[in-house]
Design a protein around this ligand. Structure first.
Ligand code: PAF
Length: 277
């Protein structure tokens, strides 16, 4: 496994790559969800490249950029065992040198859900992914379904800007009790951790209601709300049932919908989702 600590080094290694390149962008502090993406990238391509960069531009000033968990040595050991070939670890000044002034913005689907709660978030994500794609020049890039809106926004950017790569979205990897894996789960206290599977339980409840024929989105959202508010520490940010393409809320479920939710449990804000129909 090779490492590149600057964009120039990464471009140099990329020039030497033979065959297809699969790319997994990450912010480090890796968990099994990331490692599954790396294994998939390696299975489907000749070379697997992973980036580790805690991207400052996708955090609002009030968010946890400085406190975001980091452990590079552990990440590198995990990546080696998952079969990564190249790890790109750029510095902040390399990605955003003094005078940096170019931004990539997807409109429409970024205005809702995570975008409503975190208005500057997606512009940071699309800008950094665009830069990373330009540097790494992958044939395929891999994202997790847990960040469903992020995956849709990246797919939209790639399609709208005629970018020359395929986006692969892989299923969410869960703990045994259903909690979606996330680097931010380490912020949970033991008691919050015991309550955290309530997000997955609420999504399962929604799926069960749907399977039994319920199509009224308000009734489903009400049942999910009741389940979550039974946990005293849980503060619901949003529960959404939205059209999978436009991310507009629906009242009646007819086509494919994204059921997603964000819940604050103590310090961390957890998100999860399921696609129905
Ligand atoms: O999902 C993440 O970890 C980040 O948003 C990403 C895609 C690596 C961009 O910084």
């Amino acid at each position: 496994m090779q490492t590149a600590h600057s964009t120039e080094e990464m471009k140099g290694l990329r020039r030497k790559c033979k065959g297809s390149v699969g790319f997994v962008p990450t912010m480090g502090y890796l968990h099994e969800g990331h490692l599954e993406l790396v294994r998939l990238a390696k299975n489907e391509n000749h070379i697997a490249v992973v980036s580790i960069f805690v991207n400052p531009t996708q955090f609002a000033p009030s968010e946890d950029f400085k406190a975001y968990p980091r452990d590079l040595d552990r990440d590198l050991a995990l990546l080696e065992s998952a079969g990564a070939d190249i790890v790109f670890i750029p510095g902040d000044k390399d990605m955003y040198p003094a005078g940096y002034d170019t931004w990539v913005e997807v409109k429409g689907i970024t205005q809702t859900l995570e975008g409503r709660s975190r208005p500057t978030h997606f512009q940071g994500v699309t800008t950094v992914c665009n830069k990373l794609f330009n540097i790494v020049q992958p044939n395929r890039a891999y994202f997790g379904q847990k960040d469903a809106q992020q995956a849709l926004v990246i797919e939209k950017m790639v399609s709208d800007l005629n970018m020359n790569l395929e986006i692969v979205v892989a299923p969410t990897i869960r703990e045994k009790d259903g909690l979606a894996m996330s680097s931010r789960n380490i912020y949970l206290t033991p008691e919050e951790r015991r309550s955290a599977p309530v997000l997955h339980k609420a999504l399962q409840l929604a799926s069960d209601m749907y399977d039994k024929g319920e199509r009224d989105a308000i009734l489903i959202k009400n049942a999910m709300t009741r389940l979550i508010t039974a946990v005293p520490a849980a503060k619901i940010d949003y529960i959404s049932i939205a059209d999978i393409e436009t991310l507009r809320e629906v009242n009646a479920i007819r086509g494919r919908v994204l059921i997603s939710l964000a819940v604050k449990l103590g310090k961390p804000r957890l998100i999860d989702n399921v696609i129905l129909g």
